[in-house]
Design a protein around this ligand. Structure first.
Ligand code: KIV
Ligand code: ZN
Length: 520
């Protein structure tokens, strides 16, 4: 058995079947080029018979992308197989992936075919594929809900007709690791011939990666995966997770390797997220923005001393940055002092204690603080307030149950005044929009937190706002008995920090990349 685990990427076919994703040929090509850089062995570029756009995309990828074999999906119908080959024929190397459903449910409700008819379709379709190319993959769709004997009979027919890869799709994510592994063992033991066994696992029970690994353990030497775990419904097995599990737990998969250049994983994930519009969940393994972030004081203390205390993957090996300390309410004094030191700020003794207390107070308001916020806190504590920047001179708001909420603001900076009026979903929204216009500072509001400092009808509203601009985050706080005014003051304060942060980056000695990479 080979010691290579072939990575068959189906982001552009099964991944594109994620609800709401529709990629045009240009977008598919962009992703395919990156998959080639990543080092996948196969790119399943699409299902050519399904539309002209799909055909064009598969053809464009076949004509352009160098390195991986380009595959196309096809039903067993001869016209499908021919059309699929037509799209693939210009590729350096190509594969036709032929499938038909074999479970009783699919055969009765969808195909309206009996077992003999399915067997005949498999023979015809696979043989037709072999007339075009020597690389034919066959998949019995819904294999995990197909009676074993029939599935084995279908697979044997496929091999006799020329299939070189047998893929066992867990189409509805029904398998669990040990029964999926057993299923592959049955195939290996009972279907004779020279073929590569392959896994294709969906994630309906959250087991797609576990099932794929179980398949590898049972002898599969191809794994079908999607970047970021995209795919129908709950998705397919995530490429980055399968690849890193094989690598990090090599002790469980002795001698097995993939061709993937793991340093490209994070970049690939970001590109796929951008092009598909499917954001990666923060806590996603390997490529999520939290995968190497540490929030609790104890963990922070550990990773500051030695990364491996709480990180099993070398972050750089997957294109991420390791040991990221998240400044939040769980941060300990150790990480706080360490971060200040890295910023070149030296505070000790009582000043450190009071700065830490002030930091905790702000962090308690659920805002994730940035390095720039720390700097401001320390400056306040040391009595060296930062130069002011924009000042809110005037705020007029109109709201109520009729008409669109409106706000007019006047801000000044260095003696220059600027006025703007804006409408919004509410008075606070209108105010923030007006300030944005008046200052001309583009920033996205990423967090808004309001609380009252004291009880009663005259309570002070305490607003903390976080803004994000060009990959940097900064927060600002405003206090007032009027919550709209408090929001306006917080927005202006956060804007001033954004401005200061941007001004400081060139030549400031601060590591701008490190700061911006914390943000996805
Ligand atoms: O999930 C599935 O069954 C498929 C096949 C077409 C392989 O995607
Ligand atoms: Zn699938």
């Amino acid at each position: 058995m080979s010691d290579k685990v072939v990575i068959f990427d189906t982001t552009l076919r099964d991944g594109e079947q994620s609800p709401g994703i529709s990629l045009d040929p240009g977008e598919k090509l962009e992703i395919a080029e990156q998959l080639a850089r990543l080092g996948v062995d196969y790119i399943e570029a699409g299902f050519p018979v399904s539309s002209q756009g799909e055909f064009d995309a598969v053809q464009a990828i076949s004509r352009t992308v160098q390195g991986p074999v380009v595959a196309g999906l096809s039903r067993t119908q001869l016209a499908d197989v021919d059309r699929c080959y037509e799209a693939l024929r210009d590729a350096e190397r190509n594969r036709i992936h032929i499938f038909i459903s074999t479970s009783p449910s699919h055969m009765e409700h969808m195909l309206k075919m009996n077992e003999d008819q399915v067997l005949e379709a498999v023979r015809m379709g696979v043989a037709r594929g072999r007339e075009h190319t020597a690389d034919i993959e066959f998949s019995p769709q819904d294999a995990t809900r197909t009676p074993l004997d029939f599935m084995l009979e279908v697979l044997a027919a496929a091999v006799e007709s020329g299939a070189t890869t047998l893929n066992i799709p867990d189409t509805v994510g029904y398998g669990i690791p040990w029964d999926y592994g057993d299923l592959l063992t049955h195939v290996r033991d009972q279907v004779a011939g020279d073929y590569v066994l392959s896994t294709h696992c969906h994630n309906d029970l959250g087991l797609a990666v576990a099932n794929s690994l179980s398949g590898v353990r049972a002898g599969a030497r191809q794994v079908e995966v999607c970047v970021n775990g995209l795919g129908e419904r709950a998705g397919n097995a995530a490429l980055e997770e399968v690849v890193m599990a094989l690598k990090i737990r090599g002790d469980q998969f002795p001698g097995l390797e993939t061709n993937v250049r793991t340093k490209e994983l994070a970049r690939t994930s970001r590109m796929v997220a951008r092009v598909t519009g499917y954001q990666v969940q923060w806590n996603k393994a390997v490529v999520g923005k939290n995968a190497f972030s540490h929030e609790s004081g104890i963990h922070q203390h550990g990773v500051l001393k030695e990364r491996s205390t709480y990180e099993i993957i070398d972050a750089a090996s997957v294109g991420q940055e390791g040991g990221q300390i998240i400044l939040g309410k769980h941060t300990g004094r150790h990480a706080f002092a360490d971060t200040l030191q890295k910023l070149g700020i030296v505070v000790q003794g009582d000043a450190l204690n009071s700065a830490f207390a002030r930091f905790k107070e702000l962090a308690d308001r659920k805002v994730q603080l940035t390095d720039f916020d720390l700097e401001a806190i320390v400056a306040e504590e040391l009595g060296t307030a930062l130069e002011e920047g924009f000042v809110l001179d005037v705020l007029d708001v109109q709201g109520g149950t009729t008409g669109m909420p409106r706000a007019r603001v006047v801000v000044s900076r260095d003696g220059h005044k600027s006025e703007a009026t804006a409408e919004g979903d509410g008075m606070i929204d209108a105010t923030c929009k007006a300030i944005k216009q008046a200052t001309g500072i583009e920033a996205k509001l990423t967090d808004f937190n309001v609380s009252s400092v004291t009880g009663g009808i005259d309570a002070l509203g305490d607003v903390v706002i976080q803004l994000e601009s060009d990959g940097m985050r900064a927060s600002g706080r405003g206090l007032s008995t009027d919550v709209v005014e408090a929001a306006a003051r917080a927005y202006v304060a956060a804007t001033n920090r954004v401005v200061r942060a941007k001004a400081r980056i060139p030549g400031s000695g601060l590591d701008a990349v490190r700061l911006s990479e914390v943000i996805p």
